[in-house]
Design a binder for this molecule. Structure first.
Ligand SMILES: [Ca+2]
Length: 549
């Protein structure tokens, strides 16, 4: 009996040892880390995307290793709503987050954000820089804070706006002046300082360099504390958002004589008069004329400034990826790089984001995954994808189920095969760009008393001329929404009364990308059959334009 017991024990031990070994062998490979790089206001002005001028060796190299999406669109061309839709997986139309002054938690307190979802599935989640819109920390999304001590212990401070004292002073003085002149309303960005700066300083003197150093330190801290736990690290770059500040060495990469200005400087022929704003976001900067055109000299300087910021961010992306390689974890880290929307640099005669056109809604999107097939590496795809797809895609790669509320579609199948047939349309929206403040916020009446007044009067005049009896102040200022649908060939923009969705559209635009890539002529009026066909597709909504299963 005793012998039998002993043999059983022995058998058990052998078996348990064996099963332990087996468990080790069969333990699923550790979940991949996620490096989630968000860039602010970057249109695809990148070498890999065909920019003839941008110097972006790090992004180009990354694109040559991963998959580049040529037709990726944001859901709204403004920071807050675009980021809210990426991070919650909910489109602006559903969440109601379509200006910068609504926080997604206010309208949807229980929503599980993308990083929060990863945190709930065993990830450490942490970020540096701008991930959510400014000031929105959303503490529920993150399992820990960045390793700030690593910076403060070295006496490195989190940089503020400008590197040069005189520029910070200038901004403070202009603010005072504006408040004295216009009252409280001036605090809503009416004096945002000079538009650009080229100080001869180190990368870390500005926010994006600082946040890269902090992100690398945070990553190393994560690994030192527990290198078995996967992480979701968000790195949010502030540039090339205005103000365009970057170390001088990035300005020096460009010769201003080589900088070409926008090809199409006019508003689209027969386009919606309410579809373009008078460059509010730029005009609140010192040194920018408060009315009229931006002259050629200034336009070149501004484009130079934007490009310097693009190269500055590119260098930080390179540092971040090298940091990952030096830590020896690149082969188990998914890297995704995206921008929250595009930007008009004089295209259609305006400066800024905040429109429904291609130049404002198309974004760079690049991804690299450790196991992507050879046939996808260094390739590009023309498939239509939307930023709202990022949430389910990353969940898919991590083997986590996507929550039911998410309105995107995992594009993992495209990474497996970039040629697979995909969505038939991508959707964006924007409320009346012409008669909103630059964060898409409804106009505060006091804005009309400022230098915005004449600009608003001018666009209003044009709207009334185009739309005659359809003009209605309440409708245009508060309820009109432009809904854009991009198909392989066309961009359709349907301007509708959001308060009365059953009503006929107020105005329709159609641009034919096969013959008019710059969207210079609205062909809707002369193409009734095409409009009917596109409207039919539009009315099916995003759910009716998904890839077939
Ligand atoms: Ca932005």
């Amino acid at each position: 009996m005793r012998i039998r017991f002993m043999s059983l024990m022995l058998l058990f031990l052998v078996f348990s040892c064996k099963s332990k070994q087996e468990i080790k062998v069969h333990t699923p490979k550790q979940k991949p880390n996620i490096l989630f790089i968000a860039i602010d206001d970057l249109r695809p002005e990148i070498g890999a995307y065909g920019s003839k001028i941008a110097i972006t060796p790090n992004l180009d190299k990354f694109a040559s290793q991963g998959l580049q999406f040529n037709n990726a669109y944001c859901q709204q061309a403004i920071c807050g709503p675009s980021r809210a839709s990426v991070l919650t997986g909910i489109r602006p139309e559903t969440s109601g987050v379509f200006h910068n002054y609504i926080k997604f938690r206010e309208v949807n307190p229980k929503v599980i954000t993308l990083p929060q979802h990863f945190m709930q599935h065993g990830y450490e989640t942490v970020y540096t820089g701008k991930i959510f819109h400014h000031g929105d920390l959303d503490e529920q999304s993150w399992s820990r804070l960045a390793a700030i001590d690593s910076m403060t212990s070295k006496g490195i401070k989190n940089p503020v706006g400008f590197a040069l004292k005189k520029n910070n002073q200038e901004r403070a003085e202009t603010r005072k002046e504006m408040v004295a002149k216009y009252g409280k309303v001036a605090k809503y960005g009416l004096a945002s300082g000079i538009a650009y700066e080229a100080a001869d300083v180190s990368d870390d003197t500005y926010k994006d360099g600082y946040n890269t150093t902090l992100a690398i330190a945070t990553m190393n801290d994560l690994l030192a504390k527990n290198n078995q736990k996967p992480f979701f690290l968000g790195v949010g770059y502030n540039k090339p958002h205005l103000n365009w500040v970057a170390p001088k060495k990035y300005w020096d990469l460009y010769d201003r004589n080589d900088i070409a200005l926008a090809l199409q400087k006019e508003a689209p022929q027969n386009g919606a008069t309410m579809g373009l704003h008078p460059s509010f976001e730029l005009r609140v900067r010192s040194g920018i004329p408060k009315k009229g055109d931006i002259d050629e000299e200034l336009a070149i300087t501004l484009k130079h400034a934007y490009l310097a910021c693009v190269s500055y961010v590119d260098a930080q992306v390179g540092k971040m990826i090298r940091g990952l390689e030096e830590a020896g974890i690149r082969d188990n880290t998914i890297i995704i790089i995206w921008s929250d929307h595009g930007f008009h640099l004089g295209e259609m005669g305006i400066w800024g984001k905040a429109t429904n056109y291609e130049i404002a809604t198309r974004v760079p999107l690049l991804i690299w995954t450790p196991n992507m097939p050879k046939g996808s590496r260094g390739k590009t795809t023309d498939a239509l994808v939307e930023l709202v797809d990022i949430y389910p895609t990353l969940s898919d790669f991590a083997g986590i189920e996507t929550p039911a509320h998410v309105e995107g579609t995992s594009f993992k199948p495209l990474i497996d095969n970039p040629k697979v047939t995909w969505k038939t349309a991508a959707f964006s929206q924007f409320p009346t760009p012409a008669l909103r403040e630059w964060g898409a916020f409804p106009l505060r009446p006091a804005m009309r008393e400022t230098y915005f007044g004449p600009l608003l009067k001018d666009v209003e005049k044009r709207i009334k001329k185009q739309l005659g009896e359809k003009w209605d102040r309440e409708l245009f200022e508060n309820n009109l929404m432009g809904y854009a649908m991009r198909t392989e060939q066309y961009r359709l923009i349907v301007w509708k009364d959001r308060a009365n969705p059953e009503k006929e559209p107020v105005f329709i635009e159609v641009y034919d990308h096969k013959n008019d890539a710059l969207e210079s002529i609205n062909i809707a009026e002369n193409s009734p059959e095409l409009v009917a066909q596109l409207m039919k597709q539009f009315n099916k909504g995003w759910k009716g334009n998904l890839p077939s299963k």
